[in-house]
Write a protein that binds this ligand. Structure first.
Ligand code: FAD
Ligand code: NAD
Length: 479
């Protein structure tokens, strides 16, 4: 027997479960299919983000930062801690509890909103027909007027570093180490490399990151990436740019890595190696030959600005389509598609997707970088504020970093906001709201910010665009 839905969502990660819940809220008969099996062998909603991504990494980043603070900085503020030690299995167990609470929470939310929970694998056939194989091995055919593909992404593997159980691991394995490695190698100094490198460095590992590119964090504004490189070096993370790994092997309980750097052949020996060289869209065994859905040359499901695949009634959202591989970008696409199916007309503003790297200090930005504006020949003005001049940052013993606002030279419209500072992940929302409403730097400067707060740094940086900041020597910068 065929079961008919208004909407079937394939994938229950952040993109998919947002699409499913909104569809159901709008009165559409909705089913959400997800095949994830967690480390305890249980089906779990939430996809990469909740199971092995955003949430577990932030649980470990938060715990490790507390340990690091206690060890390195409490004495500076007059707190003495005797016999401080780290219990890695307890830290991992707490992370798992957070993950379980949240993944179970997503299942409850789906249920509470009336979404049919379908745990198992989906294959999409012609005519919006889905072959669903439940985890119990039952196969059924489902049909829907609308199908939303949200199958996400998986880590990229590189031939010189095949994964080896508990020795050469991907990001999921790196969130599950049971002891602090003495020497930890990481291939790739991107977002995952820096976040997970921070976790284990704070807990005591010597961390060496081998990065193929010559430039550090090229997508961040240059002022921010330079400051980040300085901070990470101070923290003891050894980032080796221009390093291309050529081979790896396991010898006597160590991971031996060969790499080339500046045309020299180098070798390193590590206790563990994390491979964090990017993620790729995941569509394996999803699309039958007659599904009508096309992939682009990089393997992403092809979509337009509204996430239409071109096949009637079939949409795709999240990591499996173009754009940044970020949970919040997928969530917004999920809501947009559900609302468009229900006849509303929302759109996603891809110009204001915030990026955050949850290191310490945190790094966050939205909009254009100074180097992008230079390259496109746009005239702009810049205002910067060093956190060393912030009263709240001083009171918090968190004076590293800066906030930078870039505005159009003639209209004063804010084009980009970049920051490396404590709480940047929260603070960036102020900039996103401003840019969403097309704020000028003057508008931000005329807005009252509570004192003393880290947010005042944004106020001051906006004022600095027109040479009006109070707590720094002002310097108008022009192209
Ligand atoms: P996914 O979360 O990958 O979910 C896809 C789901 O589809 C999975 O459950 C999968 O099992 C299911 N599926 C696939 N194929 C089928 C099929 N044929 N049938 C049924 N089900 C199927 N992003 C952020 O914004 N902030 C962060 O702090 C952040 N931290 C991260 C940290 C790490 C270590 C990693 C790895 C990623 C992080 N990300 C972060 C990225 C974020 O996890 C992804 O952008 C997000 O999960 C993508 O959501 P999605 O719903 O598109 O796909
Ligand atoms: P990434 O693209 O951020 O970084 C990968 C790095 O590996 C790049 O710097 C790349 O130059 C380097 N690299 C690639 N091949 C290499 C090789 N052979 N040798 C050495 N270096 C090599 O990817 P990631 O860190 O794996 O993260 C994957 C995705 O997950 C990101 O696109 C990001 O969007 C998402 N993510 C987001 C967050 C967040 O929002 N805070 C956190 C983690 C992951």
């Amino acid at each position: 027997m065929t079961t008919k839905y208004d909407v079937i969502v394939i994938g229950g990660g952040p993109a998919g479960y947002h699409a499913a819940i909104r569809s159901a809220q709008l009165g559409l008969r909705t089913g959400c299919i997800d095949k994830w099996i967690n480390a305890s062998g249980q089906p779990a909603f939430g996809g990469t983000c909740l199971n092995v991504g955003c949430i577990p990494s932030k649980a470990l980043l938060s715990a490790s930062q507390k340990f690091f603070e206690a060890k390195k900085h409490f004495a500076e503020i007059g707190i003495k801690v005797a016999d401080l030690s780290i219990d890695v299995p307890a830290m991992i167990k707490r992370k798992e509890k957070v993950v379980d609470n949240l993944t179970e929470g997503v299942a409850s939310l789906l249920k509470a909103n009336g979404v049919a929970i379908l745990q198992g694998k989906a294959v999409l056939h012609a005519g919006r027909s889905v072959e669903f194989s439940s985890h119990d091995g039952e196969v059924s055919i489902l049909e829907a007027d609308h199908i939303i593909i949200a199958t996400g992404s998986v880590p990229v593997n590189i031939p010189p570093c095949p994964l080896v159980d508990n020795m050469i691991v991907d990001s999921a394995g790196a969130l599950d180490l049971r002891e602090v490695p003495n020497r930890l190698g990481i291939i790739g100094a991107g977002i995952i490399g820096l976040e997970l490198g921070s976790v284990w460095s704070r807990l005591g590992s010597e961390v060496i990151l081998l990065e193929a590119l010559e430039e550090f964090l090229p997508t961040a504004d240059t002022n921010i990436s330079r400051e980040a490189a300085r901070q990470f070096k101070k923290q003891g993370m050894d980032v080796r740019l221009g390093s291309l790994v050529t081979a790896s092997s396991i010898k006597e309980g160590k991971v031996e890595v060969e790499y080339s750097c500046a045309e020299r052949k180098e070798k390193e020996s590590f206790d563990k190696l994390i491979v964090a060289v990017g993620r790729r869209p995941y569509t394996e065994e999803l699309l039958a030959a007659d599904s009508g859905v096309n992939l682009d040359e990089r393997g992403f499901v092809y979509v337009d600005d509204y996430c239409n695949t071109g096949a009637p009634g079939i949409y795709a959202i999240g990591d499996v389509v173009r754009g940044p591989m970020l949970a919040h970008k997928g969530m917004e696409e999920g809501l947009m598609v559900a609302e468009r199916i229900a006849g509303e007309k929302p759109q996603v503003n891809y110009e204001t997707v915030p990026s955050v790297i949850y290191t310490h200090p945190e790094i966050a930005w939205v909009g254009k970088t100074e180097q992008e504006l230079k390259a496109s020949g746009e005239d702009y003005r810049v205002g910067s504020f060093p956190m060393a001049a912030s009263g709240r940052a001083m009171a918090n013993n968190e004076t590293n970093g800066l906030i930078k606002v870039i505005a159009d030279d003639s209209t004063d419209r804010v084009l980009g906001v970049h920051m490396i500072c404590d709480h940047a992940s929260e603070l960036i929302a102020e900039a996103v709201i401003g840019m969403e409403f097309e704020t000028s730097a003057e508008d931000l400067g005329l807005t009252m910010f509570a004192h003393p707060t880290i947010s005042e740094g944004l106020h001051e940086a906006a004022l600095a665009v027109s040479g009006r900041a109070i707590h720094v020597a002002n310097r108008k910068r022009k192209k």
